[in-house]
Design a protein around this ligand. Structure first.
Ligand code: CU1
Length: 237
């Protein structure tokens, strides 16, 4: 896997891997396909990504596509997937493909991620009800409290997540620490007390997890080390 430091690109690569693994498991027999299909070219954070479209799907307006020729014995992922899915999942797959095309056009990372997670779920044979469940595409992000060399910092200091994702803060070094959100720097309507810790934690491995359902910018700090500038930022897209 590429050692890409960009978290968004990494996560997309991860989802692609999940999708490919699920496909490897679900593609029982390779069918001979002579249809022509397109790969959509998308720029994600400066990286070029190829995204397979279902045969018959036209290139979205304003985007570049590459022709993918299906040769005997080599099943491209979308079409082999479609052929292996039974009704009514085949319908779900068509709906999903439309959704992918739309979300790729919008270039919204969180929508794309959710669509790809659903694709992986469908490929793995899960029911559409399951893959549409709000929690299905959610991810957990971990933030260390105290750097490995004992600095009074949150690492990483700046985190971007998608709506519905959770963040887990874990004691690493130089505790006790806590997570307190700045009442003046969170989205309006969010209860600052409800998302902040009441107390401190200090033992290595102790953690605090919170799920974020409201989009916006959040600033937080560690109460015991606020004067040492132990603070962090969270962006919920
Ligand atoms: Cu602290």
């Amino acid at each position: 896997m590429p050692t890409d430091r960009n978290p968004c690109a990494r996560r997309i690569i991860m989802f692609k891997t999940i999708l490919l693994l699920a496909l490897a498991a679900s593609t029982a027999a390779e069918s001979l396909i002579h249809e022509e299909a397109l790969d959509l070219e998308v720029e994600v954070d400066g990286h070029r990504e190829l995204f397979a479209l279902l045969p018959g799907t036209s290139c979205p307006t304003g985007h570049k596509c590459r022709t993918r020729h299906h040769t005997a014995g080599v099943s491209p992922m979308m079409s082999s997937l479609r052929d292996n899915l039974r009704s009514p999942q085949k319908e779900s797959w068509h709906a999903l493909n439309n959704e992918l095309t739309t979300t790729v056009e919008s270039n919204d990372y969180c929508s794309r991620r959710a669509a790809m997670a659903r694709a992986a779920g469908l490929a793995a044979g899960l029911a559409i009800a399951t893959v549409n469940a709000p929690a299905y595409a959610a991810e957990a992000t971990t933030v260390k409290m105290g750097s490995d060399d004992g600095q009074l910092v949150f690492a990483p200091k700046d985190v971007k997540i998608c709506k519905g994702d959770s963040v887990t803060w874990v004691i690493n070094k130089a505790g006790p620490h806590n997570v307190v959100f700045d009442v003046d720097a969170i989205p309006s309507g969010v209860n600052q007390e409800a998302i902040s810790m009441d107390d401190v934690i200090g033992d290595e491995g102790d953690s605090f997890t919170m799920k974020f359902d409201v989009a916006g910018s959040y600033a937080y700090y560690c109460e015991p080390h606020r004067s040492a500038n132990m603070n962090g930022k969270l962006t919920v897209a």
